[in-house]
Design a protein around this ligand. Structure first.
Ligand code: SAM
Length: 341
């Protein structure tokens, strides 16, 4: 994109921080550091053969990412999550973590990972300044895990243990619910999380560009909460309403809570404070809306920090009031692995 027209926006005063046209304050940046992953989850990407990773030269360097975060922080962004693809397939990730952790104004630096390589890196990430981590875990059955992800379960379990040992708290586990695949594992996953002192969150399957048939595998949280083996563990009476992405319900044994993320059955757009930076520099203000602007192009064309700030301001302005998932599967680059989950 052309860096010139955004100068107008860059001149605006940002005393209020970054705000969209609907008065929502945007203080949370999710950064995909790579569109590569060691796993092959069908819900996250089209079949392995169909998906082509971006050439490495298209991917933002650590210096570019750090510069973008510094500008974002100057606009009031204080919360950053590193994601991907799988962030830990990116070499020397701790270096980037340390660079971001050192930026004035960043008060919360988290990461989402599949944990395969976490046993090796958890302590280094913690030492570099990572505050906490969310780990994807869709099944505890090794065969099902292999079928779903193409990878082994044991390194993931070792990674979860390493995150706990390194003190990356609170430790959260994320499970995408899939009808006919892992829907019956909700009780055992809750028990597992409780035993290791983690909080598990169940996520409704979103119809992204993916290798899985959404119609066949979608199941709503409502249906899960009706089940006896779930109600034996979870007190479903106090489900709050609100605008946060996750709703939490207490465990009946008093040992914590369980989260439910319902992008399909209950939108939480009203309280959305997020922007996403794709690994190739796209700034995206709404997950399902395909509109994005490219900051990498601005930087590589010699753009100033004011120009980068302008992209943030424009991206905030085009953030839709409500994010709508289309079911036609036509959008070209809408797999989660490409956008960054
Ligand atoms: N590789 C890391 C991981 O596995 O956590 C980070 C990237 S992954 C894309 C981030 C999150 O997106 C994961 O929790 C994953 O389960 C979720 N995700 C991907 N595709 C999804 C879909 N179609 N519906 C719901 N969640 C999805």
């Amino acid at each position: 994109m052309n860096a010139v027209p955004i100068t107008f926006y860059a001149k605006a005063e940002h005393a209020q921080g970054l705000q969209d046209s609907f008065g929502r304050k945007l203080n949370y940046l999710r950064i995909s550091v790579t569109d590569r992953c060691n796993m092959r989850c069908d819900y996250c990407r089209p079949s392995a053969d169909a998906y082509q990773a971006e050439p490495r030269s298209h991917i933002l360097s650590f210096e570019e990412i750090t510069r973008i975060v510094r500008v974002a922080a100057s606009l009031g962004v204080n919360k950053v999550r590193i994601t991907g693809g799988e962030p830990l397939v990116r070499k020397d990730l701790s270096t980037l973590i340390a660079q971001i952790a050192a930026i004035d104004g960043i008060t919360d630096l988290a990461m989402t990972s599949n944990a395969t390589y976490l046993a090796k890196y958890a302590q280094a990430l913690k030492d570099a300044g990572l505050s906490r981590i969310n780990i994807s875990l869709d099944t505890l059955n090794p065969l099902r895990f292999k079928k779903l992800t193409g990878s082994e379960l044991q390194p993931v379990l070792d990674g979860i243990q390493a995150a706990s040992d390194a003190g990356l708290f609170p430790l959260k586990l994320n499970t995408v619910l899939m009808k006919g695949i892992n829907e019956n594992e909700v009780p055992s996953l809750i028990d597992f999380a409780t035993e290791i002192g983690a909080t598990i969150r169940f996520i409704e399957l979103m119809p992204m560009k993916q290798g899985m048939d959404w119609d066949k595998h979608y199941i709503g949280i409502d249906e899960i909460l009706q089940r006896d083996d779930v109600q034996a563990r979870v007190d479903i009476s106090p489900m709050q309403t609100g605008n946060t992405a996750a709703r939490y319900l207490p465990l009946k044994d008093g040992r914590g809570e369980v989260g439910f993320i319902m992008p399909m059955s209950e939108r939480f757009c009203e309280g959305c404070n997020r922007l996403r930076l794709t690994s190739d520099g796209g700034l995206r203000s709404c997950l399902p809306a395909d509109k994005q602007m490219n900051i990498r192009d601005v930087i590589r064309a010699g753009g100033s920090d004011a120009d980068i700030r302008g992209v943030f301001l424009r991206s905030a302005l085009i953030k839709p009031e409500i994010g709508i998932y289309e079911f036609d599967g036509k959008a070209d680059k809408r797999s989660m692995i490409h956008i960054g989950g």
